[in-house]
Design a binder for this molecule. Structure first.
Ligand code: HMG
Ligand code: MG
Length: 296
């Protein structure tokens, strides 16, 4: 049985832009976020507090979070104490932390082993919950790692469980390098759904091998009703070799609405949001929906 409604968590302003070499002016990012919220998006990662040496594109995070946006939560991504403190000082009410199941990936991404990251994050999560901050944990390399290959379901479920014990509100479980296939999506999300009933479960698919829509449909069948997507299909982690864009928000919204699942998002306004960011991106926007919208 498929859900009647789905929540889209837009990650374009964060995952979408972090891998772009050319700096996108802050005002353009802000306009992009405004247009996305005008299209009906309520949940969004608006930026990340990470080292500007590692990810120069996100160096304007403080300015971005200081603007007012019409969204449910001011959600930012960050891996450490420094970023969390900065986010709270600037009035964020939601934080997304991130850890890879695979050690080699976590080392490349955050310069720590998975266990070191967890030791750092557990007390931070407890403090955030005391302050009533919404906490989301992004689980990278939940299916495959660019360095270690296949990641076991057991390892992913174990890390998810650790985060739930630590008190997070949401888990965003990611196919970082877009290598999962629908049988794997269905199997993992069915098990997570069964074992972690009290936590919001979200699926985060990259579309590297064009499997993302199929994987989303499989996750829907496993009972998942929250998906991370990126307008224009932008995105990818700079520290995961070969990783390309997130699944395009417009393609996901088109599929869901055609199936009869409500998203609350208006496609024509989503196209307006992509129009703002497209000229800043070094490659053409490849999503089927956007290309067709531009031809007609
Ligand atoms: P490091 O070099 O080991 O640590 O980096 P450090 O503590 O020596 O920090 C280096 C510099 O960064 C210092 O500045 C710090 O102050 C500063 P300096 O003293 O040299 O001038 N710094 C910070 N600045 C701003 N905000 C912060 C912060 N922390 C330190 N929060 C570190 C360790 C974690 C900082 C680095 O590895 C890093 O920034 N990594 C982030 C990598 C990243 O952003 N990856 C992409 C996001 S994750 C992703 O895309 C996956 C996801 O989409 C799911 C999926 O698809 O899998 C979520
Ligand atoms: Mg990602």
């Amino acid at each position: 049985l498929l859900p009647k409604e789905v929540t889209i968590i837009e990650v374009g302003p964060r995952d979408g832009l972090q891998n772009e070499k050319n700096f996108v002016p802050t005002e353009v990012k802000e306009q992009f976020i405004h247009n996305l919220s005008d299209a009906g998006i309520q949940e969004m990662e608006i930026t990340s507090f990470v080292s500007p040496k590692w990810v120069p594109q996100m160096q304007d995070a403080a300015t971005i979070v200081s603007s007012n946006f019409n969204i449910r939560r001011k959600l930012v991504l960050t891996p450490n104490r420094k970023g969390v403190d900065r986010a709270l000082e600037l009035g964020c009410d939601a934080v997304a932390v991130f850890v890879g199941v695979s050690n080699s990936f976590n080392k490349k991404n955050i310069n720590k082993t998975t266990m070191e990251s967890m030791e750092e994050l557990k007390p931070i999560i407890a403090e955030l919950k005391k302050k009533n901050i919404f906490v989301r944990a992004c689980i990278s390399t939940a299916f495959y790692c660019p360095f270690e290959g296949k990641v076991s379901e057991e390892a992913t479920i174990k890390l998810c469980q650790e985060f739930v014990t630590a008190g997070v509100d949401e888990l965003s479980v990611a196919d970082t390098i877009g290598m999962a296939v629908p049988t794997e999506s269905f199997a993992l999300f069915s098990k997570l759904k069964e074992n972690l009933q009290a936590t919001l479960l979200t699926a985060h698919f990259h579309d590297t091998r064009k499997m993302a829509l199929a994987n989303i449909f499989a996750a829907l069948q496993a009972g998942i009703d929250r998906f991370d997507t990126s307008a224009g299909g932008l995105g990818g982690c700079p520290f995961a070799p070969g990783a390309t864009g997130n699944v395009a928000t417009e393609d996901v919204v088109y599929m869901l609405e055609r199936i009869g699942i409500q998203t609350g998002i208006e496609l024509d306004k989503l196209v307006n949001a992509i129009d703002v960011i497209a000229p800043m991106i070094a490659r053409p926007i490849e999503s089927g929906y956007y290309q067709l919208a531009k031809k007609s």
